[in-house]
Write a protein that binds this ligand. Structure first.
Ligand code: CA
Length: 228
């Protein structure tokens, strides 16, 4: 039998946390509960879970911040749970890297379906060759340090590769020049943000132009995004 999935429940309402725990364990999942946002963030990073159910309003650190900070270091599946049926929250949650979103109160069957869905989507992107990042015909295999466009391998420099990886890991998210600079060049980089534009040009010359495709989009006055 396969190992049971370990689900981390981040919820400060004891009653809801307990209900989720009972229902999920009844379904055969293993669970752990945390009610404090700051501790939850640390535990997501340090302990080994397969999926996080993340409440939005929490003492310590709020769910949105947790999600954003976790995404800087981990691709663990996250389903956000919130009491607010707010489109803005939903958009923010997904922008911050959540895999899915559920508004309380919800039926347990709905949650179970979402969990199966998220895990199935993840399984499809995990190949035997390890992780695979993809938009349309552009594929990156981080374990092999390899990039292909339309089945053809593309040679990138280390910086171009890091830049592309960052865009792919945040696909559909518009990244500002400052964010890119911090992530790809490091916090102590002293140069100006023009270097980002220069490297985006290098990257386009290798992945967009030769294949007559547009993978990297410019959002005027804001930054760049890679999209399906
Ligand atoms: Ca709460």
């Amino acid at each position: 039998m396969a190992e049971p999935l370990r689900i981390f429940i981040v919820e400060d309402e004891r009653r809801i946390a307990r209900f989720l725990q009972i229902e999920l364990e009844h379904e055969g999942y293993k669970t752990a509960v945390e009610s404090n946002g700051t501790r939850a963030f640390e535990r997501i990073i340090q302990e080994k879970y397969d999926l996080v159910l993340l409440d939005l309003m929490l003492p310590g650190m709020d769910g949105m911040t947790i999600c954003r900070k976790v995404r800087e270091v981990s691709q663990i599946p996250i389903i956000m749970l919130t009491a607010k049926d707010d489109v803005e929250d939903k958009v923010n949650g997904l922008d911050n890297g959540a895999d899915d979103y559920l508004t309380k109160p919800f039926a347990i069957q709905e949650l179970l379906a979402r969990i199966r869905n998220v895990m199935r989507r993840r399984a499809e992107t995990d190949t035997p060759e390890g992780e695979k990042l993809q938009v349309r015909d552009l594929v990156m295999y981080p374990s092999r340090y390899e990039v292909q466009v339309k089945g053809q391998e593309v040679q990138l420099t280390k910086k171009e590769y890091s830049l592309l990886e960052y865009l792919l890991r945040n696909k559909r998210t518009v990244l500002t020049r400052d964010q890119i600079l911090q992530e790809v060049w490091g916090y102590d980089y002293a140069g100006d943000t023009n270097v980002v534009d220069v490297y985006i040009r290098y990257l386009r010359a290798k992945i967009d132009d030769p294949f007559q495709e547009k993978f990297i989009y410019t959002v005027r006055g804001v930054g760049y995004a890679i999209k399906d």
